[in-house]
Design a protein around this ligand. Structure first.
Ligand SMILES: *Cc1c(COP(=O)(O)O)cnc(C)c1O
Length: 435
């Protein structure tokens, strides 16, 4: 597979180059140059094919030319000691549970695969790297877990002070070792901008081998397509009338699903569900894309006002609004509606859902009311216990912490506070992490 920048169709990079540089030199995002037709590959998978086998097959189909089949299989084996699960939530609504990995959120899939493939290439070349990543909550902990203890890799996680949940903060500030947490006095959009600016800063890049682990990194995006395929193999004849509903913030998750669809995954389409940060649903409705400052909500991992993957998503539809709107329906939930949905779902099914998942379920229910012949698979993006405060205020009950989360809560927080500027970030990097 060759990759091309979203801003320059004539550029070309290998998977290795793309994952180690993160952002393309022109500031665009890497995406596959060709659209492979994998419909035969999908056809050959059965409802009992294990997730790790689906991942291995797709890795071979997509980047087998660079890795070879054995490495592809080793990488997937190393990355995926955990698996998604598809369960029934309600009439015509299934949940694709993506929270059974080490940080209890879907970002574990992308981070784990990226970590395994980066380690492989760095080992092969005898190089070191410094990973810069901005988090609105869950990225940081997934990346921290996936890269913890890896040789030749330092990880710097930027998070917005006071805007991630106490548990998320514990998760990303207690790993230690090669994982460095920076507490930024600003919003997630500031963290994301600082990381983007650092990558475009020639002086910094001369001194440090910087790369990214954000959802802009194609090495995180590709593996997120694997669980859509996993779910589609479990839907039987219903596939053609099933939509995936994706609770979205930076739109990496949805973009990965659309990529799988472009490769021939046989499903009906998607629903993009957001909280009040609704620039994409607005675009789907009006054809106008107006990025703006993010607002705070109770589904904070989706508080993104200028979603960086929109550029990629649009490119997948050749920049054509109408084609995108035919394939993706949009919907938005307020915090009040989100809490009501958490409480309704708990009352009706006995299950706790995280606030992000609740935004998706509400969108799925509204969609199905208008489309009585269809089904929806809603992506359950995080374990409800990661957002215990929200669940408690909605239901009066507290979901039990899984062991991994309980362990993080008991460790001391270590973070460096910095201002929301490139200068502050450069200063830290030059002082702490230069060769
Ligand atoms: C990151 C995150 C999202 C948003 O995913 P994007 O790929 O940024 O759209 C939704 N829910 C949870 C729990 C997340 O951590």
């Amino acid at each position: 597979m060759r990759l091309t920048s979203t801003r320059d169709a004539t550029s070309s990079a290998s998977y290795e180059e793309a994952i180690l540089t993160g952002l393309a030199p022109d500031g665009g995002l890497y995406q596959p140059t060709e659209t492979p037709d994998l419909s035969q590959v999908f056809e050959a998978m059965s409802p009992t094919t294990p997730f790790v086998d689906i991942a291995t097959t797709l890795t071979c189909s997509l980047i087998g030319d660079e890795l070879g089949p054995e490495t592809a299989s080793d990488l997937c084996g190393e990355a995926f000691s955990f698996s998604p699960a598809l369960t029934t939530l309600a009439d015509r609504i299934d949940l694709l549970e993506l929270y059974h990995g080490p940080s209890c959120a879907f970002k574990d899939f992308g981070a784990s695969f990226l970590a395994a493939s980066m380690s492989y290439f760095l080992r092969k070349r005898g190089r070191r790297t410094v990973i810069l990543t901005a988090t609105s909550g869950d990225t940081g902990s997934a990346v921290a877990e996936a890269f913890a203890g890896r040789d030749s890799i330092e990880v710097v996680v930027l998070y917005p002070s006071g805007r991630v949940s106490p548990l998320q903060e514990q998760q990303l500030t207690t790993v230690g070792g090669n994982v460095h947490a920076l507490e930024v006095s600003g919003a997630f959009d500031d963290c994301q901008r600082m990381v983007k600016e650092a990558f475009l800063d020639a002086a910094l890049k001369r001194e440090l081998p910087l790369t990214s682990a954000n959802s802009i990194n194609i090495g995180r995006l590709l593996p997120q397509s694997f669980y859509y395929v996993f779910a589609s193999t479990r839907l039987g004849d219903d596939r053609a009338r099933t939509r995936f509903c994706v609770p979205s913030g930076n739109f990496g998750n949805l973009t990965a699903g659309v990529m799988a669809w472009r490769w021939g995954m046989p499903i009906a389409g998607f629903i993009a569900a957001t909280n009040a940060n609704d620039v994409v649903p607005e675009y789907l409705r009006t054809a106008l894309f107006s990025p703006r400052a993010s607002v705070r909500t109770c589904s904070n991992a989706m508080d993104v006002g200028n979603p960086s993957n929109f550029e990629r998503l649009l490119a997948l539809f050749d920049g054509d609004h109408d084609r995108m709107a035919q394939t993706i329906a949009g919907d938005t939930a307020t915090d009040r509606e989100t809490c009501d949905e958490i409480s309704t779902t708990h009352a009706e099914t006995g299950r706790f859902i995280c606030p992000h998942t609740a935004v998706g379920i509400l969108a799925a229910k509204r969609y199905l009311t208008a489309h009585p012949d269809e089904r929806v698979v809603c992506l359950a993006t995080a374990h409800p216990a990661k957002f215990g405060e929200v669940i408690e205020s909605a239901t009066g009950l507290t979901p039990e912490l899984p062991d991994t989360l309980a362990e993080a809560m008991s460790k001391p927080k270590v973070a460096t506070r910095i201002g929301p500027t490139l200068d502050a970030l450069s200063g830290y990097l030059m002082d702490e992490l230069r060769g």
